[in-house]
Design a protein around this ligand. Structure first.
Ligand code: NAD
Length: 271
């Protein structure tokens, strides 16, 4: 029997990177899935590939009506919502604060922070009715480190960590758990095909750089983050709430506020 048998799960940002890896892993563990993404076509293709109990929904997670509709879609399709994985996100522009356009700051906060608040807000009512639930929010090591050129991104992710704590305490007595995951650098399009970086990178090159960006000498793959999400989604974590699981190959433990290895990613952010 799969570790997520009988559970209905929404994954936002489910068409790419971490969300896609989670969708594949959760489906293999028996979950019913709603793959939600701005990239509707990619979400559809993945849902078709995974088959059976897997559907897709095009959403902009920064829009309340879209997120409300997403939760309704899960309830209409599968009759329940057990897990909400608020994972969609965008790079924050990687600019010094005084060079960051205000619109970029606003959009980063809208997609990375307000959307998580909306995801919690709309997922909670059916979970209250059911008397249980697990909410996972993708934050970042940027919430814990003063990474240069990540003012907007880091602020949004710190907000996610704090929102996670507050929600965990607000709903613990109703048996709804809320946790965050803080990845370091992960080999996804956000790293190698991120318009915010103002150029793209060959994925193999990105992999090589990521392998040297933290103490563990390999690149973090999306599945590394999906495994942490699987634990938090499953009943194995039933006494875990209000916490953050850091999956960063030892980056924050090393205490470096910047990746100072010249072969690491830091130089990407200097361009
Ligand atoms: P990704 O770009 O591969 O995937 C992000 C997905 O989110 C994309 O499919 C995109 O279409 C979707 N998305 C973006 N804006 C959206 C919106 N408004 N509405 C709906 N969907 C939207 O990147 P990823 O690395 O898989 O990112 C997943 C999460 O991990 C993000 O929250 C990101 O901030 C976080 N994260 C990533 C890294 C990294 O190095 N890749 C590090 C730390 C945290």
């Amino acid at each position: 029997m799969g570790r997520l048998e009988g559970k209905t799960i929404i994954i936002t940002g489910g068409a790419s990177g971490v969300g896609e890896a989670a969708a594949r892993l959760f489906a293999s563990e028996g979950a019913k899935l709603v793959i939600a993404d701005l990239q509707g076509e990619r979400a559809n293709q993945l849902a078709e590939e995974l088959g059976g109990d897997c559907i897709a929904q095009k959403v902009d997670v920064s829009r309340s009506a879209d997120v409300k509709g997403l939760v309704s879609k899960a309830l209409e399709s599968f009759g329940q919502l057990d897990v909400m994985f608020n994972n969609a996100g965008i790079g924050g522009g990687e600019r010094l604060i005084h060079e960051t356009p205000e619109e970029l700051f606003d959009r980063t906060i809208a997609v990375n922070l307000k959307a998580v608040w909306l995801g919690i807000k709309h997922a909670i009512p059916p979970m209250l009715d059911a008397g249980s639930g697990s909410i996972m929010n993708t934050a970042s090591v940027s919430a814990h480190l003063g990474l240069p050129q990540q003012g907007a991104y880091g602020a949004s992710k710190s907000g996610v960590v704090q929102l996670t704590r507050v929600a965990a305490v607000e709903y613990a007595d109703r048996r709804i758990r809320v946790n965050a995951i803080c990845p370091g650098g992960v080999l996804t399009p956000m790293v190698y095909n991120n318009p915010a970086l103002r150029y793209t990178l060959d994925p193999a090159d990105a992999e090589q750089r990521l392998a040297q960006a933290q103490p563990l000498p390999r690149a973090c793959q999306p599945i590394d983050i999906a495994h942490a999400a699987l634990y938090l989604a499953s009943d194995e974590s039933s006494f875990v709430t209000g916490t953050t699981i850091v999956v960063d190959g030892g980056w924050t433990a090393s205490g470096r506020a910047r990746m100072d290895n010249p072969s690491g990613l830091e130089d990407l952010y200097q361009k």
